[in-house]
Design a protein around this ligand. Structure first.
Ligand SMILES: Nc1nc2c(ncn2[C@@H]2O[C@H](COP(=O)(O)OP(=O)(O)OP(=O)(O)O)[C@@H](O)[C@H]2O)c(=O)[nH]1
Length: 312
């Protein structure tokens, strides 16, 4: 038997560290804002409306030998329909496989039942847990609120790693960077899961459709934002760089169609313009965005339609 010694000048493979970190919390606390702040770019939709995030979005941050895959989850809430159930399931499955959990709470208000629901899901997980008190910029009694949120974790085993911080995901770049640093330090030894340059695991079509949905959710009133889905059906690139994107806004009822389009098409035009502006900023290219409103009756309760719209 012969032994071949490694060539003396073979380059040493550096040790890498990588892991998955779930960002959880009830709707509207600022999870997607925090994810975008961690990455310094926009991968997840945000809006003043609760339940903007519907599927798990992965945001990838790589620095030197370390890679974090953040999983932004839909807000945990009491589900009203099949879409709601799907959203809660997304949270549950995200938690099963992660290396650490970031729990975001809104310090402007004391905890509600929905926060207790989240706390209940994560309290006994044998993984490092970071409690992030968000929106300090707008909170009147941040310390008191933080104490109440902390109390929801009472009973968590002492030997499990738990830490906390208060910040504003929207305005506090330094605090966000410090938190990211802390997550980087805690990563387990692993090969990278994604190529170094990638920021997200979404296709560009999914990403653009989410931006259209974000703008639609901001503009529409009452229950309508929740009855809307979006998808990109065609994306072509012209030789001069113009991105031609065609998409659909899907509603549940004929009556909703007119409400999305608005008088003389005004509302649809505004949604399209706002989405196009965002797309142009993030793509750094000129964008043509064509939107059509279509009806898929009762899509939120229709498993097949949900799958077709990418909620699977
Ligand atoms: N004042 C203030 N507002 C914030 C801060 N972070 C987020 N927000 C706002 O809170 C709202 C909700 O933010 P999102 O990031 O969409 O919240 P989310 O938790 O991902 O929401 P869901 O998708 O419903 O789960 C938006 O209007 C944000 O601009 C903050 O630090 N300060």
């Amino acid at each position: 038997m012969t032994h071949s010694a490694p060539a003396p000048d073979a380059p040493e493979t550096p040790t890498t560290y990588a892991g998955f970190v779930a960002i959880v919390g009830k709707p509207n606390v600022g999870k997607s804002t925090l994810l975008n702040a961690f990455l310094g770019t926009k991968v997840a939709p945000t809006s003043p409306r609760p339940q903007t995030t519907r599927r798990d979005v992965r945001g990838i941050y790589t620095l030197g030998e370390r890679q974090i895959i953040f999983i932004d989850t839909p807000g945990v809430h009491k589900p009203k329909d099949a879409l709601g159930k799907y959203m809660n399931h997304e949270v549950h499955s995200a938690l099963a496989d992660v290396d650490a959990v970031i729990w975001v709470v809104d310090l402007r208000h004391p905890p509600t039942d929905e926060d207790s629901l989240v706390a209940h899901q994560i309290r006994d997980l044998p993984k490092p847990l970071l409690l992030v008190g968000n929106k300090t910029d707008a909170a009147k009694y941040p310390d008191e609120a933080m104490r109440l949120y902390r109390a929801l974790l009472e009973g968590r085993r002492e030997d499990l790693e738990t830490s906390e911080t208060m910040l504003s995901a929207q305005n506090n770049t330094n605090a966000v960077a410090t938190l990211r640093e802390q997550v980087l330090e805690g990563l387990p030894e692993n090969p990278f899961f994604f190529p170094q340059g990638s920021a997200s695991d979404q296709t560009r079509e999914m990403w653009a459709a989410e931006i259209v949905r974000e703008e639609a959710m901001k503009k529409l009133r009452d229950e309508l934002p929740y009855a809307v889905a979006t998808r990109v059906t065609r994306w072509t690139e012209r030789e001069d760089g113009l991105q031609r994107i065609e998409g659909e806004i899907v509603v549940e009822k004929n009556a909703h169609k007119g409400m999305v389009i608005g008088a003389g098409g005004k509302q649809l035009r505004e949604i399209g313009q706002a989405a196009r502006k965002q797309l142009e900023v993030f793509l750094d290219r000129k964008v043509y965005l064509g939107l059509e409103v279509i009806v898929i009756p009762g899509w939120r309760e229709d498993e097949e339609a949900l799958r077709e719209l990418g909620y699977e």
